[in-house]
Design a protein around this ligand. Structure first.
Ligand code: SAM
Length: 224
């Protein structure tokens, strides 16, 4: 099932430097037709008493990050891209939303490398394979650094007074001691944990693929 066509208001004419021409750059999520009106209602209605609300003041490319091709032979994602901090990002600060095609179970792509769960109970995910924003270039920390410096969090975007459940990327907090994170330095790669499940699945499928010569496909990126 091909993803829904992005609406004009969800796409942006302005794309960030390094954005591949083959992909659609989004300013807002694009919803699949399998996300029903009832599901949409739930995605607009925070159930928790203290939701984290992010006011979307400026849509489009953010000056906080930079898409970067990876040429370092020691980097496990060499030949691909990563996302770097374009300036110092303080602990606990919001970096950007994870935008993409918001889909239901019916049109989930189990082979996607860019699919992040948005609402487990509703079975809804955000897949940035063909459309998304800079967040799709964030790599997992394994083999690159000793720990992640950022994480995915559930938030509510306030766009024009309407709330909408989204995933967002935040710098790790400094923790109680104030020492856990100094933030992300300018030029440092932004790294999250996809969760162990992502890599276990990849390894399993990688082993199977030795006989079928197909690229291994992981499960959804998890929020840990
Ligand atoms: C969400 S994408 C990240 C962006 C990707 N590097 C790109 O240029 O499009 C996830 C894919 O990036 C690669 N990747 C991310 N983190 C990695 C890591 N720590 N080691 C090896 N490959 C990684 C894997 O190919 C994975 O399936």
């Amino acid at each position: 099932m091909p993803p829904a066509r992005p609406t004009k208001e969800a796409t942006s004419k302005k794309t960030p430097k390094g954005w591949p021409a083959s992909l659609t750059y989004l300013e807002k999520p694009v919803y699949s037709k399998f996300v029903t009106p009832d599901m949409r209602k739930e995605l607009q209605n925070p159930s928790s008493p203290d939701p984290v609300i992010i006011k979307q003041t400026k849509a489009g490319p953010t000056a906080l990050v930079q898409i970067s091709p990876i040429s370092d032979p020691a980097h496990p994602a060499k030949g691909q891209h990563g996302l770097l901090a374009a300036q110092h990002l303080p602990p606990d600060s919001f970096i950007l939303f994870y935008l993409g095609h918001v889909h239901a179970k019916e049109d989930a792509d189990s082979e996607s490398d860019y699919d992040l769960s948005l609402d487990r109970e509703l079975g809804i995910g955000v897949d940035a394979t063909m459309m998304g924003n800079e967040a799709r270039f964030i790599n997992d920390y394994r083999g690159i650094a000793s720990r992640p410096n950022a994480e995915f969090r559930n938030v509510w975007a306030d766009s024009g007074g309407m709330l909408e459940k989204r995933m967002a990327v935040f710098v790790f907090s400094a923790g109680k001691s104030g020492k856990r994170s100094k933030g992300v330095a300018k030029g440092e790669e932004i790294l999250v944990s996809y969760g162990k499940g992502f890599w276990t699945e990849r390894q399993k499928e990688g082993e199977q693929s030795t006989t079928i010569a197909a690229a291994p496909g992981p499960s959804n990126i998890g929020v840990t």
